[in-house]
Design a protein around this ligand. Structure first.
Ligand code: GRF
Length: 200
């Protein structure tokens, strides 16, 4: 039996709490996977600091470092190949992933979104805006979604979803905190599911 350890790159732009939850869960659940790379458009952020503290390689890459968008996309693919990445997990990555990168990882890239897609997804639906929209629509429940990434924002096939109640006195902030807590359990579960899919 071959015991291949799946090599994961996590893409982040912020605090990286999902990244940290994934890192911890891989150890706790003893998943046959390892986060070997943190890629970010920000040189300094919580996620990049956590990676450095835990001996995980980091790549800081932005469009502005390149003359043309295609060069940026090619460089991103090249960095991922250099680290022999099998799977990409987007965890609060605030940039659209270039189509060339998506094409290089078919069915091998996941994103987590803080709502029950297809509701409250698409352009402009990120961070606190999502929870403000959920409250504005008078929803009684919301949740989190892990989905495959394709060329369209928040439109890839859903892998796993979990609901979270909306409480009468919620503010966007209290709702965001409850959803984030759900995300920290959902993303590792989705990763586990991905690793058991045929072909993994
Ligand atoms: C999460 O709410 C996630 O759903 C969204 O961005 C946020 C990232 O938070 N895509 P963190 O950096 O993992 O704390």
């Amino acid at each position: 039996m071959t015991t291949h350890t799946t090599r994961i790159a996590v893409f982040c732009s912020g605090s990286g709490s999902n990244f940290k939850a994934l890192f911890q869960a891989i150890e706790n659940k003893q998943l046959p996977a390892e986060i070997v790379l943190c890629l970010s458009n920000r040189a300094r952020c919580g996620a990049m600091e956590f990676a450095e503290q835990n001996g995980i390689a980091t790549v800081h890459i932005t469009e502005q470092q390149f003359g043309f968008f295609d060069e940026f996309a090619e460089a991103m693919v090249e960095r991922l190949k250099k680290h022999h990445i099998d799977i990409i997990l987007l965890a609060g990555y605030m940039r659209k992933v270039p189509d060339a990168v998506v094409a290089a990882f078919p069915e091998r890239m996941l994103n987590i979104h803080p709502a029950l897609l297809p509701k409250f997804g698409g352009e402009g639906m990120y961070g606190i805006h999502v929870h403000t929209a959920v409250l504005g629509a008078g929803e009684t429940e919301t949740g989190a979604t892990v989905h495959f990434v394709n060329e369209e924002y928040d439109k890839g096939e859903i892998l796993l979803q979990r609901t979270v109640p909306v409480l009468p006195d919620d503010t966007p902030e209290t709702l965001a905190a409850r959803v984030l807590e759900c995300e920290h359990r959902l993303y590792p579960d989705a990763l586990e599911k991905l690793l058991t899919l045929p072909g993994s």
